[in-house]
Design a protein around this ligand. Sequence first.
Ligand code: XMP
Length: 317
Amino acid sequence: NWTPANFVTETVEQLKKTIGDRKVIMAISGGVDSTVAATLISRAIGKNLFGIFVDNGVLRKDEYQQVLEVYKQLDLNVKGVDAKDRFYSKLAGQTDPEVKRKAIGNTFIEVFDDESKLLEGIEMLGQGTIYPDVIESVSVHGPSVTIKSHHNVGGLPDSMKLELVEPLRFLFKDEVRKVGLELGIPYDLLYRHPFPGPGLAIRILGEVNAEKVNMLQQADAIYTQALKDWKLYDSVWQAGTILLPVKSVGVMGDERTYEFTVALRAVTSVDGMTADWAHLPYDFLAHVSNEIINNVKGINRVVYDISSKPPATIEWE
Ligand code: XMP
C-alpha cells in the first residue's frame, strides 16, 4: 500500500541504482515539486546533485534568502545565483505580457546554461515533473516533450542532451506534499499558494523595473501576512497584488499625492481552470488597504478585484 514513508524508501533506493555515481544538475524554484524532487534525489546521491536556484528579480519579498535557508537546512547542494540585473535589463522597455514571459523564460535558460558550463561531468537532469504535467505534455505536444513552457522553471535548451531524472512522475500534487512532509520540508513551503513562474513580472502591468518590483513586493508581503494573521490564507486558493500602471490623486497630511494603485486579488478554486473571487471580509480588506497605503511609498490607492474566471483570468496578464 502507498504511504509517503514507503514511497521515500523505495524511491531513494531506486534512484541510487539508476543514477549510480553520475552527477545530476537541476533547476530548483522554491516551489513544491522541484523542492520535493531535489530532496529525494539528494537523499539518494548527496553532493552529486547540483541544484541551481536563480533569483530572477521577480520573486516575492525575501523569498530568495528564505528559500536558500530552507535548502541549507535540508542539506541540499544548491547554488544561489543572483541574476536580478540580467532579468531586469531583458525586461526593460517590454510591456507585452507574452514578450515579458518569453524574456524571463529565455533569460532563465541562459543563466542555467551558463551555470551548467561551470560544472564538469554532468550526465543527468533532475526535474520535478508530476503526473498531471506528464498527461498535459503528452496530450499537447506528443510524448517526447516533458517540459511545459507554462511551467515554473521554464524550458531547458534542447542542446542539453541529458538523461532525465523525474522521481515524482507518477504522483499527484497532494501526494507530493505528503512526501515533502515525510522528508522534513517545512509545511509553509509545501502549502503555499501557487505562484507563476514569471512571478511579479506579470503582476506589474506594463514595464517592469526594480523600483516597481520593490513596491509590489512590499504590498504583496503585507497582504500575505494579513491573510495568515486573519486565518484566511488556507481558505483562498491563490492571492496576490497587482501593480496598475495608473496614477491617481490622493492626500497625505496636507500634501496632495499622485501615486500608483494596487489591486488585491484572491480567488477560490479547485485547479485554477475556473475560479471565483473570494468574498473576503470588509474589515479585512480595510485593514490591508490601510497597511499598504500607510507603509508602501508610492501607493495611495487600493482596489479589490471582484471578477471570476471565466471570463476574467486569475492573473491580470
Ligand atoms: P490564469 O491567469 O491563466 O492563471 O487564470 C491560472 C494559474 O496559472 C498561473 N499562471 C502561470 N504559471 N507561468 C506559470 O508558471 C505563467 O506564465 C503563468 N500564467 C499564469 C496563475 O498564477 C494561476 O495559478
